[in-house]
Every structure is written in structure tokens, then in C-alpha cells.
Design a protein around this ligand. Structure first.
Ligand SMILES: Nc1ncnc2c1ncn2[C@@H]1O[C@H](COP(=O)(O)OP(=O)(O)OP(=O)(O)O)[C@@H](O)[C@H]1O
Ligand SMILES: [Mg+2]
Length: 402
């Protein structure tokens, strides 16, 4: 038996004894990964689990000088045990410096030399990935040790409570696939949405970020039934609304969708309560106007006209107007962009209250700080979604500072 093999057995033995001692799965993982990172020349390790529902890899545990809590990523070739392009099974994948797979890891803040990804499989079903990162190289012995560790930990990961929690069915309210949209400007067609894929889950607060002009409002308008996709489809509660008639679309918007805009769009010649009644009359079972006004903290201003209200107050009325219909979904496009910090927080507190009543909300913002309030953060770039992150611990509006 050569030295390398002896070392491999020793490391495996150490890991097994640590795993036997551990009380919890996390302790076992921590101990195992610590042994590997101290013995085998890899510095960082991340254990990901694959969520069947959003088809994303979620970080389960990591040893790295950065917080992975809210990082998720779409599995790439091999990440979950199959090579997507060829369909072949993958035992392990090793990347070397120079290959274009380290973008995610750049946030670790180190110069990465090599990366090893090993699918975690139980009964041929991929449940996650063990990712090892080295600032130098990863030799074959280390890769073998990691592969054995992956075999040992796959079962634990499959049974981990966090994994099972994520496997609870969040109901998808809206499903967006391959949505494209172009506009004709003069004689030039510009493609604004280039194939957007997105799910909106029941009761969640989803924040959508992206540079100016990347297509956020265009997407929101399509989701809200105010505009139509050229290609792809949008489903609302399992029903394809892409090809609905104008009349069906109007009914869909009226019944299910509340919109909040940056500019409040209130009727200037109507009082706050009249602005609400106008919308309440459109639906069968509206909320009571006074109740909604109370909810946004403006019952005492029911008889004021928009011009008699501050910007923040007008925005709260426009939130009340979206709410009075009891919509399934609220879309808010930069609702605080025109407001100062204190007023923005007031408005966000009202939105938070609404989210806690179970209303699903999608909000577009430029303000990175607001993402801390979200359940999920979706980032768009150049007409596509490129990153979705999950916040396990969203903060309250009043904790935000900018
Ligand atoms: N109806 C339209 N006709 C022509 N061009 C449009 C139309 N709507 C949007 N666009 C163009 O599509 C691009 C994306 O616009 P969109 O409003 O979706 O961006 P955005 O991400 O919301 O930007 P911002 O953060 O500035 O609000 C822009 O270049 C815009 O000029
Ligand atoms: Mg916009």
C-alpha cells in the first residue's frame, strides 16, 4: 500500500470517527469538512442541496470566509449528477484555473486555483453537491477522499431538516418561461426581454433588481397583464394567460392584480376615500375603505384630496387603492424611488404589513438595502434573470438604513 492510499484511509477513518461522535448532521458535516480542509490541501468547501421545486442548488453548509446563506444557483453541467448536455452520469468534475466557472466563488475573495464538484446522490437521485475549492491544485487522492465523503454525506443531506423544509411545496402563483419582448424604436427593433424565466411563490415578497433599462418594468407589465410577451408564456395559478383575450385580461387584472407605481397616479379631483371607492366598485368583494385607510395609517385623512397630502401619504393611499380589491398579487414598481429615507421606511412598513397578511408582492427597486426585507431577490441583467437568492432571515423595514 503506498503512502497516498494510507493517508486516504487515515482521513476517511478520522472522518468516520468524528461523524460517529457528532450529535447533529451539521456537526458531522463541520467535522468532516474541517478534516478535509486541514489534511487535503483544499481550503474551502460548500455543501449544496438541490431543491426539486425551484430546480436550484441551495447552500446547506459551508466552510468559507463569506456568507452563502442567500446564494442559490442554477445547476450547471454535472452539478447534480448528470451532464445536462450529454445526459451522462457524472462522478466528479474538476475545474482548473482559467476555466470560466469561478464567478460565484470570486466572492470568497481569494485567488482560486481549482474546484471540485461531486454530486451527492441517493439511489441514483441527485440531492446536492459537494464543492471543494483550493487556492492551489487538487490532487487525485484528495479527490478520492472527497468522493468517499460525498457518498457518506449524501444520505444525511437527503434527511436533513432544512432540506425537507425546502421540499415543502410552495405554491407557484406565477410561472414565467422564456418570455421575450421587443419594441420598435423608429426603424430599429430592440429586444428588451431575452427569455425571462421566473417563478413567484404564494405569499412571498420578491424583490426584483437590475440596472436602469434592463427590462424590469417591461417584465412587470407583462406579469400584470398590461402588456403581452412576444414569445414564451406566463401562467397565473396554473392557467396560461399568455393568449387570453383583451376582455379576459381586463378581468384578470381587475380581480387579481394590484399595482403600485412610483408616481402615485391618484385622481386629483377625488378625495382619498373616493379614490379607493372608485377601485372598490370594480370588484365583487372589496375591503372596506375605512379599514384599508386604517391599515395604511391614514383614516384621519380620508377626506383629503391628493394635493393636500405629502408624497409618502399619497403613496400610502395608492397602496390602499391596490389593496382594496384583495388582490392575489401586488406589483410595485419603484414605490419608494420618489421618497426620502424616513418616508420610504414608512411606506415600506405599510408594505410589510400587507405581506404579513399573506398577499404576494413583487417589487422592483434600485435600492440594494431593500433586498434585505425580501424573501427572495431576483437580479436581472440585459433582459434576463441571472441570479436568484433566498433570504432565510428577512429583516424588518425599520431595520433598513441607507
Ligand atoms: N412601450 C415601449 N416602446 C418602446 N420602447 C420601450 C417601451 N417600453 C420600454 N421600452 C424600452 O425598453 C427598455 C427597457 O425598459 P424598462 O422600462 O422595462 O426598463 P427598467 O428596467 O424598468 O428601467 P428603469 O430602472 O429605468 O425603470 C428601455 O430601453 C425602454 O426604452
Ligand atoms: Mg422601470
Amino acid at each position: 500500500m503506498n503512502n497516498n492510499m494510507l493517508k486516504t484511509y487515515k482521513v476517511i477513518g478520522d472522518i468516520r470517527s468524528q461523524v460517529n461522535k457528532a450529535d447533529t448532521i451539521e456537526d458531522a458535516l463541520k467535522a468532516s469538512l474541517r478534516i478535509i480542509t486541514s489534511e487535503c490541501g483544499v481550503q474551502y468547501a460548500v455543501v449544496w442541496y438541490f431543491n426539486e421545486l425551484d430546480k436550484l442548488l441551495h447552500p446547506y453548509y459551508w466552510l468559507a470566509p463569506t456568507d452563502f446563506t442567500s446564494r442559490t444557483h442554477a445547476p450547471k453541467d454535472g452539478d447534480i449528477g448528470k451532464c445536462f448536455s450529454t445526459g451522462e452520469s457524472v462522478r466528479r468534475l474538476q475545474y482548473k484555473k482559467g476555466q470560466d466557472v469561478f464567478t460565484d466563488m470570486a466572492l470568497v475573495g481569494v485567488n482560486i486555483g481549482a474546484m471540485l464538484c461531486i454530486p451527492l446522490s441517493v439511489d441514483d437521485k441527485a440531492v446536492g453537491v459537494l464543492q471543494m475549492i483550493s487556492t492551489g491544485e487538487i490532487n487525485a487522492e484528495t479527490a478520492d477522499v472527497c468522493e468517499i465523503l460525498a457518498l457518506m454525506m449524501a444520505m444525511d443531506i437527503a434527511e436533513a431538516p432544512q432540506f425537507q423544509k425546502a421540499a415543502e411545496n410552495p405554491e407557484t402563483v406565477m410561472k414565467v418561461r422564456g418570455v421575450k419582448r421587443s419594441f420598435l424604436r423608429g426603424t430599429v427593433t430592440s429586444q428588451v426581454l431575452k427569455g425571462v424565466n421566473l417563478d413567484v411563490y404564494d405569499g412571498e415578497f420578491l424583490v426584483l433588481l437590475g440596472e436602469s433599462g434592463c427590462g424590469k418594468s417591461t417584465l412587470l407589465n407583462i406579469l400584470g397583464g398590461m402588456d403581452e410577451a412576444d414569445e414564451g408564456f406566463v401562467e397565473f395559478m396554473g392557467k396560461d394567460i399568455t393568449h387570453a383575450s383583451d376582455e379576459e385580461m381586463t378581468m384578470f387584472r381587475r380581480k387579481n392584480i394590484g399595482f403600485i407605481f412610483q408616481s402615485y397616479n391618484l385622481m386629483p379631483n377625488l378625495t382619498a376615500r373616493q379614490n379607493l371607492d372608485l377601485i372598490g366598485e370594480l370588484v365583487d368583494d372589496p375591503m372596506d375603505a375605512d379599514e384599508v385607510l386604517d391599515m395604511v395609517g391614514l383614516l384621519s385623512r380620508a377626506n383629503s384630496y391628493p394635493s393636500q397630502l405629502s408624497g409618502g401619504q399619497q403613496q400610502r393611499i395608492s397602496i390602499a387603492r391596490a389593496l382594496i380589491k384583495k388582490p392575489k398579487l401586488i406589483f410595485a414598481d419603484e414605490p419608494t424611488a420618489a421618497l426620502d429615507y424616513t418616508t420610504s421606511i414608512e411606506v415600506l412598513k405599510v408594505l410589510e404589513k400587507i405581506i404579513h397578511t399573506g398577499t404576494t408582492m413583487v417589487m422592483v427597486t434600485h435600492n440594494e438595502e431593500i433586498t434585505r426585507m425580501a424573501d427572495r431577490v431576483v437580479r436581472m441583467r440585459n433582459g434576463q434573470v441571472y441570479e436568484v437568492t433566498v433570504n432565510r432571515h428577512p429583516v424588518h423595514a425599520e431595520e433598513l438604513v441607507w
